[in-house]
Design a protein around this ligand. Structure first.
Ligand SMILES: [Zn+2]
Length: 177
């Protein structure tokens, strides 16, 4: 089945026969909600700073390794998305550019740049709250992690607090008009 929904694991023939990455899901949905709530708090900080309200955390097990919000305006940097900043922090915390065994929680579907960065970082899992039909790189505009031929399997899913995350974004864009 090809079109069973953008966030499901794709039928990528190149993935066949490869081992599933370990799934660090202890605590399951409740744990996802806890980490996403922390990411949402970061998004609220972005809104206070008049940045597009997106927040992100990178964790390994129960350890918080990176926590950031979008700072494109403040840093005058088009790449200063929450995910990139949090990934940089996490890599520094581990002193390792490969974030094997780590998960990233972000309030908005990663864009194509950030989805690529998540693959390069060798993350195990990405959980996002709201979808981004305009720039989403995990199934909406593109599906970067499902690109055939990639040698890293990244588990991507839509998680909790999507409405809350979308409400923040709406508040921001309403204020801009
Ligand atoms: Zn991005």
């Amino acid at each position: 089945m090809k079109n069973e929904g953008p966030w499901k694991e794709r039928d990528n023939p190149l993935r066949a026969g490869r081992e599933e990455p370990p799934r660090p899901q202890a605590g399951g949905k409740e744990r996802d909600r806890r980490w996403m709530a922390l990411a949402l708090r970061e998004a609220e900080r972005a809104l206070e700073e008049d940045e597009v309200p997106v927040g992100c955390v990178v964790v390994r097990g129960e350890n918080l390794l990176g926590k950031a919000h979008n700072q494109v305006e403040r840093l005058r940097d088009p790449t200063a998305h929450a995910e990139i900043l949090a990934l940089t922090q996490a890599a520094a915390a581990l002193d390792d550019p490969r974030l094997t065994g780590c998960e990233l929680f972000v309030t908005l579907e990663p864009c194509f740049m950030c989805a690529g960065a998540c693959v390069l970082a060798r993350l195990d899992r990405v959980v996002f709250a709201a979808r981004d039909p305009k720039f989403g790189g995990c199934g909406s505009l593109l599906d970067v992690p499902a690109t055939p031929g990639l040698n890293h399997v990244l588990q991507v899913e839509q998680g909790p607090l999507g409405e809350e995350a979308a409400t923040l974004l709406k508040a921001f864009f309403r204020g801009r008009r």
